[in-house]
Write a protein that binds this ligand. Sequence first.
Ligand code: SAM
Length: 242
Amino acid sequence: MKFKVMTLFPEMILNGLHTSIIGKAVDNNIISIEAVNIRDYSSDKHKHVDDYPYGGGAGMVMSAEPVYNCYMDICSNENTRVVYLTPTGHTFNQEMAKEFAKEDELIFLCGHYEGIDERVIEKIVTDKISIGDYVLSGGELASMVMIDAIARMVPGVLTNDESGCEESFENNLLEYPQYTRPRVWQGMEVPEVLLGGHHANISKWRKEESIKRTMKYRPDLLEKAQLSDREKQFLEKYKINL
Ligand code: SAM
């Protein structure tokens, strides 16, 4: 899968995504990440890419033309989805990561300053996505968050050991607590059930811990989780004892 990022700070994208699982996926040619500098497409002799906002107000706005020229240069297929990172978009989640991972190629557009002239957004953008209800200085970190989450869902990026199918948000549940050696650390013991090797009991314990954790931190998710009758009863009992 190809990721192309239109940005004023390409080094930020490349430096941020060349290590660990994503870096390995690039080295193994499972994904590619290209960061293109929008400034290279400015026709201004000083390479300006921004201007004052019409109507006044604080800050500067990125001009339409360099963004459009950049897009025209890197887009080889007009069906490729173009994601604009913006606090005004739909909030990104794991379902979206899985859906985007089905594409062969994605283009990301990172804003800066007060944002980008709306006309070029109307012209080229297919998806407006926010990574959360806060304002970042630029779209670079947001695009890196999205690329990491999407790339993990591309077949071959995670090994079987790292499989994404038992992670948080699968079936709208948060993941159960994890432990590793030593068995006792600072007087705290690993739960007994995990030591016995009884797979059914371990699986039951993990599911119940997931339910408890989701109830505590993200009760909104639980409403959409598919639970068996036994698990529903467990949840009701847990709620009473909270
Ligand atoms: N004036 C804009 C507003 O109030 O909606 C915020 C502009 S922000 C300072 C600059 C750029 O950062 C945006 O164009 C966008 O690309 C990026 N950005 C900021 N917050 C973001 C978020 N929560 N999710 C995705 N991108 C974000």
